[in-house]
Design a protein around this ligand. Sequence first.
Ligand SMILES: [Zn+2]
Length: 421
Amino acid sequence: MKWILFFGALIGPSICGREKFFGDQVFRINVRGGDEISKLSQLLNSDNFKLDVWKSPSTFSHPVDVLVPSVSLQPVKSFLKSQALQYSVTIEDLQALLDKEDEEMQHNERQERSNNNFNYGAYHSLEAIYHEMDNIAGEFPDLARRLKIGHSFENRSMYVLKFSTAEGRRRPAVWLNAGIHSREWISQATAIWTARKIVSDYGKDPAITSILEKMDIFLLPVANPDGYVYTQTKNRLWRKTRSLNSRSPCIGADPNRNWNSSFAGAGTSNNPCSEVYHGPHANSEVEVKSVVDFIQQHGNFKCFIDLHSYSQLLMYPYGYTVNKAPDAEELDEVARCAAKALASLSGTKYQVGPICTTVYPASGSSTDWAYDNGIKYAFTFELRDTGHYGFLLPANQIIPTAEETWLGLKTIMEHVRDHLY
Ligand SMILES: [Zn+2]
């Protein structure tokens, strides 16, 4: 007991209050074809095993990643064996990875406090990200402004950075969205790095300079602030919002199934305990509604890009139907060029395609909503990695990820710049 108290005092309150995953593992299960998918779905839908699906089954024989709690390891292994499903263990010791990440974060916080410098190669608290947004706006007052677009369910501010060289005029605009799923930390980290990159490269890099001569960029680094805080204080693997449900003790809705685009369709759940619960109605999540209101009020967005993790995919509409989007050919071409530019830095391979047929059906997603509301250039990135770390990408991969992603983002924005409509 004494040890626990002593140890707790040493490593601070955040890790102590957080849910532990001792002995839990992440399995990668290989599925080939419909028969195996239906067998696997039986396992995933069973309440008995308390599984957390990290990467859902798709119709296209991609492997499925599942967090298996220690108590379910034996029964799940037996089930997989009995059904002749092949699997491997991708994360042997989940808690060890979490401990390492937490230790690194706290070490970095101490360093940043002493040298007063934001380290872009580290994960940060919401407060630190907001503070850095403020710093950027303060350092580049002619280029960047921090705007409050609303608040979260638990009343945290939602801030965007607006990059503009023509204050006052309503130019065509790009929306960069990050962190809608709170556990996908590489997304928020890539976003804040991108903010710094834009202000540092403006006037030096002809591409970003010319983009900003024609368009404004709005960047929302933390689209789900309550969820993000929750991942740092209670459960690192929290995905949804933190809103209360009137008909269930389960908390939150999936904010990327809550947009008004084929709401409650394929790839969502009406069970508030599900990770893909769509919420009671479209825009029920105030975080989603804030973005929708802002974009509609502005009325001149031409591009919407949502950053997620993980899997290394670059996708475009639709998610809610297998039907081709009217602009599918152009979007596919742009995405292929962006993926090529991204890969040129260190060879990171991305798969390109429409959401529905590249991963799985997903209705009520941000990208489909953007597209259906006249924002033609709508894309979703699933950033690094491909499963070795899943959502727990080590901080030393933040800058390499952000740098390569920037090449992809720039390629898309240059295309938008040259094809304004
Ligand atoms: Zn996501």
